[in-house]
Ligand binder design. Structure first.
Ligand SMILES: *[C@@H]1O[C@H](CO)[C@@H](O)[C@H](O)[C@H]1NC(C)=O
Length: 322
């Protein structure tokens, strides 16, 4: 009985805080959701992105190449039914030159520059089969583009007997301290959020589930998987996470995109509007960077074929000046 009262009371509290209370991060979150949502207003965009070899650039994460105006992206390509992590380079975010296959049996890659090794690159991905996380460190740009890893660390699963994957790197990592977001398969049925730290490129620590993120989407009646995400450290002074949620289990056409606000533990669904009104989006990333000296918000999303506008299925890359 008291449990019910407490649950009702806490629900009421949740509803009232969501609707009535102003949070200092509200304006920044609304601005971010609006920038992401209006794809048709992007300052540059490409649907169904491919590298110059014609490989689809699935689930790409893009960052600046240190000390240059070029962008580099890591993505996965299926060959012989095996996903492989690939690397490409671009100077305009739209035309991409393939450079190197970095890993076989790898998908959903992400990339970051460690603050204490600014010439180097950390790449993390989901290793298959038996999904789990894998990390590589490349000392220099030459090492990255030739696939010559200085360190590697494969992480044993700790939260799921079935799958852990879709890594992102939060904030500014150092080589000895990498703050990692990922999903785990809860009871081997539903994907849920988790976070951990890779220390010394050897110790997987501070492993914790992230029910606040899950609950913010469940609040929207997301009943299926809550899986891939990416995060900004400082957007107008606040941290935000972009994340995919599946409204109905096993229903591929119900994947949608949300922005989670860790300041308020709430999420907003992003009303994405593309030229031809695609509906189903997955694998979001976001990056704050510059293009020709202009500050941009760079977004990548995968548009699934279900309910896709003509010609829009595949990897979408777009950016907004702001
Ligand atoms: C850090 O990693 C190195 C290998 O790269 C290992 O020799 C050393 O023992 C590790 N340190 C700790 C505290 O685990």
């Amino acid at each position: 009985m008291w449990a019910i009262v407490i649950i009702l009371a806490s629900c009421f509290f949740l509803v009232t805080t969501n609707t009535n209370t102003q949070s200092p991060s509200d304006n920044a979150r609304r601005k971010l959701v609006s920038l992401i949502g209006r794809v048709y207003e992007a300052d540059g965009h490409r649907y169904a992105s491919r590298d110059h070899h014609g490989n689809p650039m699935n689930c790409i994460k893009i960052i600046k190449r240190t000390g240059s105006d070029d962008f580099i992206g890591v993505y996965h390509v299926y060959k012989d039914n095996v996903p492989r992590v690939n690397l490409a380079i671009s100077n305009d975010l739209l035309e991409w030159t393939w450079l190197k296959e970095l890993a076989v049996h790898g998908s959903q890659p992400t990339i970051a520059v460690p603050a204490d090794q600014p010439q180097g690159y950390i790449v993390a991905w989901e290793e298959t089969p038996s999904s789990h996380l894998n990390f590589a460190f490349y000392m220099t740009w030459d090492d990255l583009k030739t696939g010559n890893a200085e360190k590697m660390h494969e992480v044993k699963r700790t939260l799921s007997a079935c799958a852990e994957g879709t890594p992102n790197i939060y904030g500014e990592p150092t080589l000895d301290n990498i703050d990692v977001g990922f999903h785990f398969s809860h009871d081997c049925t539903l994907d849920r959020q988790a976070r951990a730290t890779l220390r010394n490129f050897s110790m997987w620590t501070d492993i914790r589930k992230q029910p606040d993120i899950d609950n913010a989407l469940i609040h929207y009646f997301v009943r299926g998987n809550i899986r891939d995400r990416d995060a900004l450290f400082d957007f107008d002074g606040y941290a935000f996470t972009i994340i995919e949620g599946q409204f109905q289990p096993k229903s591929m056409n119900t994947w949608r995109i949300f922005v989670f606000d860790p300041q308020t533990n709430t999420a907003d669904q992003v009303p994405l509007v593309t030229e031809r009104r695609s509906q189903t989006f997955t694998n979001p990333t976001m990056t704050l960077t510059t293009l020709n000296g202009q500050r941009i918000l760079l977004i990548t999303l995968f548009i699934r074929p279900e309910k896709a506008g003509q010609g829009e299925t595949g990897q979408l890359i777009y950016y907004r000046k702001f």
